[in-house]
Ligand binder design. Sequence first.
Ligand code: ZN
Length: 164
Amino acid sequence: MAEDAVIKDEMVVQIEYQLTVEGEVIDSTDPEDREPIEFIQGQGHIIPGLEAELYGMQVGETRQVAVEAAQAYGGVDPEAYITLQRDDFPESMDPELGMVFEMNEPDGDTLLARVIGIEGDEVEVDLNHPLAGKDLLFDVKVVGLRPATDEELDHGHVHSHGEH
Ligand code: ZN
């Protein structure tokens, strides 16, 4: 078998996938409207538990990969629940139970927050990733594989669609 025929570090991998959580398909690539995902293997661009299982796979190969929460989005962080005041929300936004909104972190990242309780003027908010604490089941199919170029390795991302 040619050296470049199986997934290993520093190769550009394309996969189609379907993600099932608690028996429900919650995300997938779709040949009609969602391109396969593409990334450089070994650089932590996808969740670690999935990346680790891809080594050695070939184009056309399919695999079902179960990833425990700890190797996916981590456990539920009990400190990621905060209480906001209604006044903390912009006037245009009326907090409702179950509402998901973006919050800016001090470092400039945004994270998704979910309203889990409202009592008077106090709004309980969960900052955990929606998939925190969940075991994930991926059905993956390798649809493309090639060595990354020196430039791609240098930049740490794939250049297939004209990116630089
Ligand atoms: Zn680049």
